[in-house]
Design a protein around this ligand. Structure first.
Ligand code: MIC
Ligand code: SF4
Length: 759
């Protein structure tokens, strides 16, 4: 069965009682996020103690979802936990490993060949341990989860940073590293710092070219890539109820780009309609029965400033379409000012490729609205001036839009339909370009646009917009075009203007699909064997990381001092490297190769203090490790922003890096580091970043008294013989300190499983 209605029924039976008890104990009205969080506490706790942004709290999520590129590591860890079956309903989705090259059918076949070993591994682990498995071609994790597994008022964790997509159906859905997923699947609690709350009040109504994507593009401009860190963003107001469930999902999805823990909308008729159209009428009926518990209390809506840490108000009637970028998703331009920005900044005006789809924007509504623009190309005799590709989010949507004739419109316009997968969004794109080093522009309806993200080329200026705006730009082939005001020259030499996009929130004739690509777990798990060949280049069983030596850590060599933006894409690049996601030693060869070295402004060129020579970061780390020396990485603000990939934490751990010392961390990455037994430290005084010199040898002191809230000391030994000490902060709680001491969180689970087996 595609979803577990019994589990949901139980959640809904208990939800009202739990929420009321929490409201009484806290003594005030509750926001929706608070309700869902309180209803998912792991054990009874004193609620008054939950200080936002301060206290760690244990939760019991209802579900786990994983995608193929992160599931490999999550499952390799889970396999060591000593459990016969997963403790909560869980699914694996094959979406990230399919490369977009020629078109859906050929690309899927190629992926099935190249990734055979990995798909077989994932399928057999799912079979053995009781997880649902979505085969390659079934669709992108977040779209498939929204269609099948998300439910209002539920809580889910997923090994992908865009897991919050399910907030579009009123779920608290949070992106985590694989080690967190492995814990929850093993029946352990999941820990999160009680989040801050940002309220977004939506008034008015969208019209014309404006789409849900523009709301989050605008919010990203206001809050920036760091602004949502440690916070849940809750949307409310009459404007919210006017947005389709899939549109809400787009907004929640891209909340990952402002660092938000997750985003959420209150349950309403649009969600109910979406549940019904995706064959989940039973859930809609149950949710309708407890509707008031699945929305914020009315007092909160009436006086949001009293209950949220920050409130933003957006009038949808005035909201313009936006284009964000390049190189960062928070550089927000209303369309009326975009052409001017392109000229002023000297960004390449010629648009070379326009890409729509991805987990963020591939709903029926998105496709039908943007296809209505494509149709105009035919009706008005316009030719696309840029290449145009479409990556549908799921087979359910693809099958339905094909049946309803929308794909034909793209075809007529010259668009190419790719496989139902991440493809170019994650650099799985064999882009055809004459000179990869030249400056060029692309525009996508995806969510991330960091340097090299889509095609690996540093000169690519990637912009992000709604699918309808991207489609209009494909026709214009020029970034200075404004579809709201400008005309285009058609093949007959006439100036024509595009009409506003029109579409359908849900398919008028219903969704349909022939093969949803689902494999249910085996009836008899004992018959399933999971094999990993020791010769494999793609999969490698994990060796436990060594425990802490019990003393201060001395003599660390500075591996790299990274300057500026250092996202998980800089730390552990995707694209061609995705194939090594199940093989820690092989993937470690991409460690920090995208990070900018502060001392020479080059990437992947750092000084080896033992030889004085400059070389690649991974090789230099391996040289220190071989010499029995530890190393340290220094970084800037929001270090590790972006993806949930724990490889960005496991690779340094594997290559002998002991500590990451930065100005500030992104949430998921900080937790990932802690889980793997690393020291995640921040400068108490940000200016101290300047004190770190290229030849420094570094000690970390105070570890024998490592305690929550107590800073540590870092001693810098400079090459000129002088030394200075600086104070560094950390956010470890008691339990996380135990992870550090044991060498990794998994070492503790393994120890407990072993002890239990011996009893
Ligand atoms: C992404 O959008 O960056 C990814 C690829 O989906 C990642 C997960 C990964 O690195 O495998 C994410 O967002 O967590
Ligand atoms: Fe896939 Fe892109 Fe969505 Fe990540 S953001 S899950 S890579 S489609």
């Amino acid at each position: 069965m595609a979803f577990d209605i019994e589990m949901i029924r139980k959640v809904y039976e208990e939800l009202p009682g739990k929420i009321e008890a929490a409201r009484n104990e806290v003594g005030r009205p509750l926001t929706l996020a608070e309700k869902v969080l309180f209803a998912h506490l792991h054990t009874d706790m004193k609620l008054q103690n939950f200080e936002r942004g301060v206290h760690y709290v244990d939760f019991a999520p209802d579900r786990v979802a994983m995608q193929d590129a992160t599931a490999q590591m999550a499952l390799l860890q889970f396999m060591q936990a000593g459990r016969p079956q997963v403790a909560v309903p869980s699914t694996v989705h094959c979406d990230h490993l399919i490369q977009a090259k020629t078109g859906a059918a050929e690309d899927l076949n190629a992926a099935l060949n190249t990734n055979k070993e990995v798909y077989e591994f994932l399928a057999s682990v799912c079979n053995k341990y009781g997880l649902g498995f979505r085969k390659p071609g079934a669709g992108i994790i977040h779209q498939v989860v929204l269609e099948n597994y998300a439910f209002p008022g539920g809580m889910m964790i997923g090994t992908d940073s865009h897991t919050p997509n399910a907030g579009g159906l009123g779920m608290i859905a949070i992106g985590v590293g694989g080690a967190d997923a492995s814990d929850v699947m093993a029946g352990l609690a999941w820990e999160l710092k009680w989040p801050k709350l940002i309220g977004v009040k939506l008034t008015g109504k969208m019209s014309g070219w404006t789409a849900p994507k523009d709301i989050i593009l605008k919010v990203a401009g206001i809050l920036t890539v760091k602004g949502g860190t440690g916070a849940i963003v809750e949307y409310f107001g009459e404007g919210a109820d006017g947005i389709s469930a899939t549109g809400k999902a787009t907004i929640c999805n891209m909340g990952a780009e402002i660092g938000a823990t997750c985003s959420i909308f209150g349950y309403d008729d649009r969600m109910s309609a979406y549940l019904k159209s995706t064959e989940r009428e039973d859930i809609a009926v149950l949710a309708d029965g407890i509707k008031e518990h699945l929305r914020a209390d009315p007092q909160v809506i009436a006086a949001p400033k009293k209950y949220f840490d920050e409130v933003i108000e957006i009038n949808l009637s005035e909201l313009e379409p936006h284009v964000n970028g390049p190189y960062t998703p928070d550089l927000a331009w209303p369309i009326s000012r975009f052409a001017e920005a392109v000229k002023a900044n000297n960004w390449p005006e010629k648009l070379e490729v326009a890409l729509i789809g991805s987990c963020t924007n591939s709903s029926y509504e998105d496709i039908s609205r943007s296809a209505s623009i494509a149709q105009q190309a035919v009706d008005k005799n316009l030719k696309a001036k840029a290449e145009f590709t479409i990556s549908p989010g799921s087979e359910l949507v693809r099958y339905t839009v094909e049946k309803d004739g929308w794909l034909k419109a793209y075809d007529n316009m010259g668009g190419i339909v790719m496989a139902n997968a991440c493809g170019p969004c994650i650099g799985q794109w064999a882009r055809h370009i004459d000179d990869p080093s030249r400056k060029n522009s692309i525009i996508t309806s995806f969510n991330r646009n960091f340097a090299k993200r889509n095609d690996g080329f540093p000169g690519t200026h990637a912009f992000v917009a709604s699918p309808e705006i991207v489609t209009a730009f494909a026709l214009a082939g020029d970034l200075t075009f404004n579809p709201l005001t400008d005309t285009l020259l058609n093949e007959d030499g006439q100036q024509v203007k595009l009409d506003e996009p029109k579409g359908y929130e849900l398919p008028p004739k219903g969704f349909s699909v022939e093969d949803p690509g689902y494999q249910a777990p085996a009836e008899d798990p004992s018959s399933v064997q999971v094999l990993v060949s020791p010769e494999s280049q793609r999969l490698q069983l994990l060796e436990p990381f060594p425990a802490w030596e019990g003393t201060d850590i001395k003599g660390l060599r500075l591996l790299i001092k990274a300057r500026g933006k250092c996202t998980t894409d800089h730390i552990s690049m995707a694209g061609p490297w995705l194939k090594f996601r199940g093989h820690l030693d092989n993937i470690s060869n991409n460690m920090l190769i995208g990070a900018l070295n502060y001392f020479n402004d080059s990437t992947d060129k750092v000084k080896n203090q033992l030889t004085g020579e400059y070389g690649p970061v991974p090789a230099t780390a391996r040289a220190y490790k071989a010499a029995g020396l530890g190393s340290i990485v220094v970084g800037d603000e929001n270090y590790g922003e972006g993806s949930s990939r724990e490889h960005a934490a496991m690779e340094p751990r594997h290559l002998g890096v002991r500590a990451i010392l930065v100005k500030s961390f992104a949430r998921i990455h900080e937790t990932n580091l802690k889980k793997q037994g690393m020291l995640a430290l921040t400068f108490a005084h940000k200016e101290d970043y300047e004190k770190i010199l290229e030849d420094d040898i570094i000690d970390i002191e105070g570890l024998n008294h490592f305690a929550p809230g107590t800073p540590l000391t870092v001693l810098l030994h400079h090459a000129d013989g002088t030394s200075e000490s600086i104070i560094v902060n950390h956010t470890y709680n008691e339990q996380q300190i135990e992870w550090f001491k044991a060498g990794a969180a998994l070492n503790i689970i393994r120890r407990n499983a072993l002890a239990a087996a011996q009893q």
